[in-house]
Design a protein around this ligand. Structure first.
Ligand code: TRP
Ligand code: CA
Ligand code: ZN
Length: 324
């Protein structure tokens, strides 16, 4: 791994991205250089716990109730969004996270990002995030209470297990994604360069419980991609590279400033092909999420198996990548 001074000096350049990517590539044993130990020996690199999907679903129910009590949505600038932030923040505060609410302005309304830190031993940071806002039409349960709930439950698992990570773990819930990635762009644009340089990777979870699910893994960074594809392969679940994801969610804000990105996606408005239905089940010729951006994106618009697998894969990636 390059010394910190070299990484810092190079940040903001194409070389910086290459160095960060190179550092990340050292994680999977199969990609480790000859000089690195074949297996990370640190005591805390235990396997991630199983994430109870019932807990994830309970967060979906809570966010759905928040929408119902606030005009049927959790959109930017509406009371249901602020109530969603308050719900997630309360659980994190009770679990011992250091939380921050960052405000910004979009379309004349105040927006909020929620950030939660779990301190690590080194100066490096691993981030995982999801957008918490919905569109104005519907409660936004697959889009994107699903990613928000899985990131929350993973953070709560870190606290329950009292994980002592090498890297600081930083969980994020973005505002105003549906207006064009506004919250995440505000975050990367206002974070000091020295702070941004500490971020070794950003993992994004936007729609991970699609009712007619596919299993798509972001293919922007080979090392981060491998952590996910290996997890699914070990369980006999085929995956495809997430070609629909490019620029479509908050990872693009991080990619733009040179941070390596990864993530998971179970599909939105596109149609599942016959070949995809053969390997994943579900219905060919139908959208992955027929309720995408619609009023019917409620708690019955969730594939619990997909939500469970993606939540467990998320936790696996956080545990694995938390080790320096
Ligand atoms: N971000 C989109 C939204 O919130 C959903 C979406 C469409 C998406 N295509 C994607 C998310 C690809 C991740 C990857 O409306
Ligand atoms: Ca599980
Ligand atoms: Zn959306």
């Amino acid at each position: 791994m390059p010394p910190r001074s070299r990484r810092r000096k190079a940040l903001g350049t194409g070389l910086a991205a290459a160095l960060l990517t190179g550092a990340l590539a050292a994680f999977p044993a199969s990609a480790a250089p000859a000089s690195a130990p074949a297996i990370a020996p640190a005591a805390h690199t235990t396997a991630a716990p199983d994430i109870p999907v019932a807990n994830v679903r309970a967060h979906l129910d809570a966010l759905n109730s928040i929408a119902a009590a606030n005009g049927g949505n959790r959109a930017h600038g509406r009371p249901g969004y602020r109530a969603s932030v308050d719900y997630v923040k309360k659980r994190l505060d009770d679990a011992g996270f250091r939380t921050t609410v960052q405000t910004f302005t979009a379309n004349g309304a105040t927006g909020y990002n929620l950030i939660a830190d779990w301190p690590g031993a080194s100066d490096r940071v691993l981030m995982a995030g999801a957008h918490l806002d919905s569109v104005t039409r519907g409660a936004g349960i697959n889009d994107n209470a699903s990613g928000s709930a899985a990131v929350l439950e993973t953070a709560l698992a870190v606290s329950r297990e009292n994980l002592k990570p090498d890297k600081t773990l930083r969980f994020a819930w973005w505002g105003a994604e549906e207006l064009g990635l506004v919250g995440s762009r505000h975050y990367v644009n206002t974070l000091p360069r020295t702070e941004l340089n500490r971020v070794t990777g950003y993992l994004n979870f936007d729609m991970i419980g699609s009712i007619n699910a596919g299993y798509f893994v972001y293919n922007d960074n080979p090392a981060l991609e491998k952590v996910f594809t290996q997890w699914f392969a070990d369980r006999g679940v085929p995956t495809e590279p997430a070609t629909e994801t490019s620029g479509r969610s908050d990872h693009a804000s991080f990619q733009r400033v040179g941070v390596p990105v990864g993530g998971l996606f179970t599909g939105a408005g596109r149609t599942k092909t016959a070949a995809q239905a053969r390997k994943w089940g579900g219905q060919a010729g139908r959208s992955f999420d027929p309720c995408y951006h619609s009023a019917c994106d409620g708690t019955s618009n969730i594939n619990t198996t997909a939500l469970d697998r993606n939540s467990d894969a998320l936790a696996h990636a956080v545990w694995t990548l938390s080790a320096d």
